[in-house]
Design a binder for this molecule. Structure first.
Ligand code: AMP
Length: 414
């Protein structure tokens, strides 16, 4: 199947060609025909599967056929980064359509608020928004969603995890009931089904196995005490020549201190976290994408939804809180059939959490011996809160070829 077979509006099809898309991805093959028919959908699909184009193209197709100056489409996404990324794809595909979008996202900058307000009042075809900020604008009365026909929820599970459920319900109360709703989520826990039943009408269900983005990833974990983590990271970074590394940590304090330590140790590293101004975050992301510096240290905010290709190494400096986030983070590497490496540091308190991740992905991740210079770490004994020391000192350190390439990561959604 080719994009031409979807019979998209000519102007949309030309946008697809201009973007250089040749072959539709599996999620696009499933979603686009149903969405063109006007069906409601619940799609279980991760970042990296091509889900953004899967909903943008049918939306643009409909909007190109029935032109209107009113806001007809609303795309809700959990983070500013994702909102901006969706908006960028929109701009790309919309080039020949004349359709216009506005990105609405939160931030500390009052001029951005004003720009968003002015843009909304000037009008557009599609709003791409994070829920909290959109609701703030809605409450002030100048956002007219009465003619809305298309609602898309992207990363719905993340929006619920971030506590946006009430905001979503309120936003939806401003939207006509007669509409098409598409809900995308990387996972399908019961709370997503409850939400889907509320917002969709007789939805078709689509499930794309999550194994794809992670297929080429070589995964391994190190058992370490907290005071060994920085030494280990410096060791790993010095060992390999990598032009693109993301290190995830659980808190912005840790991100700030780690990036400081790395810079002191001579590594070109920059941080991204929610204390930074939006413009700084954008320029850090842009420079990282353009390979202007090799090491990005980040909190959870960039782990989902952000599309940066060919990350050579992902390090989970802390075990992610949600098992699903592990899969998302690892999904940042080895995209488009390249290979990548994902390493996780497990301290004694994270052992149990890591065991849950292994359960979720249905695989045991290779526990690499600590390099000699780092010394032994705790033992991997899930079920016990604290482990004894296991002596890895005879090890020659970690070599990629020893990493276990997982046989599959099919996450069982319920
Ligand atoms: P997404 O899952 O929507 O974040 O897409 C992941 C990346 O794949 C983005 O960079 C898209 O531009 C790219 N992409 C999506 N679909 C296709 C396709 N059919 N052909 C080529 N690239 C694609």
């Amino acid at each position: 199947m080719k994009f031409i077979d979807f019979n998209l509006h000519q102007n949309v099809f030309e946008g697809v060609e201009a973007m250089g898309f040749e072959e539709p991805s599996p999620v696009q093959k499933l979603v686009i025909p149903l969405a063109i028919q006007g069906k409601d959908l619940i799609a279980c699909a991760q970042t990296g599967t091509g889900k953004t184009a899967a909903y943008l193209l049918p939306l643009m197709h409909h909007l190109s056929i029935n032109r209107s100056s009113k806001i007809k489409g609303l795309i809700l996404a959990p983070t500013r980064e994702l909102v901006l990324q969706i908006d960028q794809q929109f701009q790309g595909f919309a080039y020949y359509t004349g359709l216009e979008s506005i990105a609405i996202y939160g931030g500390n900058d009052s001029s951005v608020w004003e720009q968003q307000r002015v843009a909304i009042e000037r009008g557009c075809n599609v709003l791409i928004a994070s829920p909290g900020r959109l609701l703030s604008h809605l409450n002030l009365g100048y956002v007219d969603l009465k003619e809305l026909e298309f609602l898309i929820l992207d990363e719905a599970d993340k929006m619920l995890d971030m506590g946006f459920v009430d905001d979503l319900v309120k936003i939806i109360s401003y939207i006509p009931e007669k509409r098409q709703t598409l809900l995308f989520s990387a996972t399908m826990p019961p709370k997503i089904r409850t939400l889907a039943n509320k917002v969709c009408k007789k939805p078709e269900e689509i499930n794309i196995a999550v194994s794809k983005p992670a297929e080429g990833v070589l995964q391994a974990a190190y058992l370490v005490y907290d005071n060994q983590k920085n030494k280990l990271i410096a060791h790993l970074l010095a060992e390999k020549e990598l032009d693109s590394v993301i290190i995830f940590s659980s808190t912005k304090q840790k991100v700030k201190s780690l990036v400081g330590d790395l810079v002191k140790a001579g590594f070109a590293a920059k941080a991204i976290h929610s204390d930074l101004e939006q413009s700084v975050r954008e320029s850090v992301m842009r420079d990282f994408r353009n390979r202007k510096f090799p090491i990005l240290v980040a909190t959870d905010i960039v782990s989902r939804g952000i599309d940066i290709d060919n990350i050579g190494l992902i390090v989970n400096y802390d075990v992610p809180h949600d098992a699903e986030d592990y899969v998302h983070r690892v999904g940042r590497t080895a995209r488009a059939s390249s290979t990548g490496v994902a390493l996780t540091f497990i301290n004694p308190t994270d052992i149990q959490r890591f065991a849950r991740i292994e359960k979720l992905i249905g695989d045991t991740i290779y526990k690499a011996p600590n390099p000699e210079s780092i010394g032994a770490g705790p033992a991997y004994e899930p079920g016990k809160t604290k482990g004894g020391n296991r002596n890895y000192s005879k090890s020659k350190g970690n070599k990629n070829k020893n990493f276990r390439k997982p046989s599959g990561h099919n996450k069982q959604s319920n």
